[in-house]
Design a protein. Sequence first.
Length: 153
Amino acid sequence: MKRSKWLEAGVGAFVLAGFLGLVFLGLQVSGFAPGQAEQNFTVYANFSNIGGLKERSRVTMAGVTVGRITNIELDPQWLEGRVTMEIDSDVGEKLSEDSTASILTAGLLGEKYIGLSTGGAPEMIKDGGTIRDTQSALVLEELIQQFVSNMSK
């Protein structure tokens, strides 16, 4: 009888450990992971079309994740999508004023994220600065519409 209780307790502990592992992996994928590096450099960018970009999406540079999107709103002055990004401070301090931000897609229909490319200007973006050179998301429906309208001419 004692052996059966130890076996049940062991199986229960194993199942609990598996469940906690799945929760941890889910948090890592979603961007809610505790213990991530402190990201304290805020940068803004305006896009004419954010095309499905979401908060907590990643911000990358050279394919390496360097931050997350913290807010997306409509800029009342320019009537464009204003994206707030929190970037690792060691990377943010090296972004020149002529850096570019592009909305990219992982795969053909994958997740949307922002890719940063630094420029060559000697002046650096300050914390709370805005990236002026942006490339909006490609919207598949708009591409098809352009193709069809060009074919009918």
